[in-house]
Structure formats: structure tokens, C-alpha cells
Design a protein around this ligand. Structure first.
Ligand SMILES: Nc1ncnc2c1ncn2[C@@H]1O[C@H](COP(=O)(O)OP(=O)(O)O)[C@@H](O)[C@H]1O
Ligand SMILES: [Mg+2]
Length: 288
């Protein structure tokens, strides 16, 4: 909407190259293309797993998303990029059930097995629909140990033992986390903390991961680590990933599918690799 979080531009260049959020939004709106549902279906291999149909959603009575359609196939990854305030996080919030859906439909599953999840609560999304939202920032309990934080990821499981069992599988997979299991979470490095945030979502063994800005606040070497972890989860564990990434280059290099979201609408959609080559995307979101 019109409310802005700051005057920081989107570009990654120097101060001279940074243009205001308003200007990015205006230019981004100007590059919007006609997008057909057939095109979105094709990007998802005509067999989409997560399906958003004409979604109108927002906060309170405020409409932020206007008729958003999204398709992502099973074991695919999709990255949303776009100006600050475009509604990228709101799309993830809508999928997980954090905001108000005024109309439209969200389904998970292929073909006849598609389950309508539009009205499910976040807890139901996690326990019944296999959708996990990776909480960041202040979501880790600093005074609790790494393993206690991980067990918290299983709070919806019927038996605490099941959460502990799932945590052991995660420790087997991520030795850097296992080495720290008895340490308080507050001593973790930024990269380790992000790994813990991702791991905690894995305790429920979700099929779909919603990831909001996985690279935010991380040093470059940890950014690469996080994308390697996500790559492994997609390609070796078969997770379907929908992410938002301010670092558009990283996000589009990673994702099979890229959408540019502008003012609550999908303005451009394509393969991630194609969007990287798209001069309009490059100029606005890839630092020229
Ligand atoms: N919890 C909230 N309550 C009310 N408005 C919100 C809330 N979160 C975000 N918004 C508004 O929704 C719009 C889209 O925000 P957001 O989805 O966070 O954008 P993006 O992730 O693309 O930067 C912005 O105008 C923002 O101010
Ligand atoms: Mg956001």
C-alpha cells in the first residue's frame, strides 16, 4: 500500500545508485507484463502443488494483495522479489494463515488430492497440511539450549518423545548444530542461528517451507551456507520452497521460478534464470 517503512532503496549499488522506494515501486509498476494462468501453470510443470487462486488478502480491513495467483510444483522453489512494501511477506503470511483472506483460495496437493487450506489456522497448516513457516529474528529462545529450541519445534506433536526423536534426526544431519546442542542459543553465530530456525521448522517434517528473507542480516559466507541448506532441502529431501528474498540475485539464482510482486500484484513471472537475464529486472532489482 502507500505506507512506507523507510526511504531505503532497493538497489545494491553505492549510495548514488540507490533510488527511493517510491521510485522503485513506480518503475516496477511500469514494467508489469500481462501474465496468464497458463504461463504460471507451465512454470510449475502443469502439475502445481501449492496453488493460490485470485487471492485478496491483507491486515485488518486493509487490502494488500489484489488477485494474486501463484503456482509452484512439488519439489520446486519459487522466489518472490519486488520493492519494499509490495506485499511479498504478506503472501507468505496468507499461505500460513497469519492475516485476513477476503477472497480467493489456497490449495496444497496435486490434482484430485489438492486440499483446500485457505481457512486453516497456522497450527493446522503445520500439523495437518505439511506447511511450515520459518520464523526468524527474535523467534529463538536465547536462554534455552539448542536442543530445547529444537524440541519446541515439535510442540504440536502428540508425544514429546516424537519431537525428541525428530530432533535427533536433525542433529544427525547437521553436525554443526549437534556440536552445539547443550549450548545456550544466544552463543550461536548468525549462521548457526539461521540453521536452528530452519531446523526447528523441520521437526514437523513439512512438505512446504515458507522462507522470508533467509539471507537477511547474515555475513556473505553464511548467506552461501543458508542457500546450500535450502538447496539440499529442496533437491535431496524433496521440499517445496516458497521464499521472499531482498537479495534478488541470490534468490533468483536459487529458485526455479521467480515472481516480481509490485503493489500487491504479480508483475512479472518467469524461470529464475530467465528473470536474472531480464534487463528490466536487472535494472531495478539486480543493481543495474
Ligand atoms: N501486520 C501488519 N499490519 C498492517 N499492515 C501491515 C502489516 N504487515 C505489513 N503491512 C503492510 O502491508 C504492506 C505490504 O507489506 P509486506 O508484505 O511486509 O511487504 P514486503 O514484504 O514486500 O516488503 C505494507 O504496506 C505494510 O505496511
Ligand atoms: Mg517482507
Amino acid at each position: 500500500m502507500t505506507e512506507k517503512k523507510g526511504i531505503r532503496g532497493y538497489g545494491q549499488g553505492g549510495v548514488d545508485a540507490v533510488i527511493s522506494v517510491d521510485e522503485v515501486a513506480r518503475q516496477a509498476a511500469a514494467i508489469a507484463e500481462e501474465i496468464s494462468i497458463e504461463q504460471l501453470d507451465a512454470l510449475a510443470g502443469n502439475d502445481s502443488y501449492v496453488n493460490i487462486e485470485n487471492l485478496v488478502a491483507g491486515y485488518g480491513k486493509m487490502e494488500i494483495l489484489h488477485n494474486v495467483n501463484l503456482r509452484v510444483g512439488r519439489k520446486q522453489s519459487l522466489c518472490l522479489i519486488g520493492p519494499n512494501g509490495a506485499g511479498k511477506s504478506t503472501v507468505l503470511h496468507a499461505i500460513f494463515g497469519f492475516n485476513n483472506i477476503f477472497s480467493g483460495k489456497i490449495t496444497v496437493g496435486q490434482g484430485d488430492n489438492a486440499q483446500d487450506v485457505t481457512a486453516l489456522s497456522p497450527n493446522e497448516k503445520l500439523s495437518r497440511a505439511g506447511i511450515a513457516y520459518i520464523l526468524q529474528d527474535k523467534s529463538i529462545f536465547p536462554g534455552m539450549t539448542v536442543e530445547e529450541n529444537l524440541w519446541m519445534g515439535g510442540f504440536l506433536k502428540d508425544k514429546p518423545a516424537e519431537a525428541k526423536q525428530a530432533a535427533e534426526m536433525i542433529f544427525d544431519k547437521y553436525s554443526r548444530l549437534a556440536a552445539r546442542r547443550k549450548h545456550q542459543a544466544k552463543v550461536l553465530s548468525g549462521g548457526e542461528r539461521r540453521l536452528l530456525e530452519i531446523s526447528r521448522a523441520l521437526v514437523m517434517n513439512p512438505d512446504v517451507l515458507l522462507v522470508d528473507e533467509p539471507s537477511i542480516g547474515l555475513e556473505p559466507r553464511f548467506i552461501d551456507m543458508v542457500f546450500e541448506i535450502l538447496d539440499d532441502l529442496q533437491n535431496n529431501e524433496g521440499k517445496t520452497i516458497i521464499m521472499v528474498e531482498q537479495n534478488a540475485k541470490k534468490g533468483l539464482e536459487f529458485a526455479d521460478i521467480g515472481y516480481v510482486l509490485v503493489s500487491g500484484q504479480v508483475a512479472i513471472a518467469g524461470k529464475g534464470s530467465d528473470l536474472l537475464q531480464n534487463p528490466k529486472v536487472g535494472e531495478l532489482f539486480l543493481g543495474g
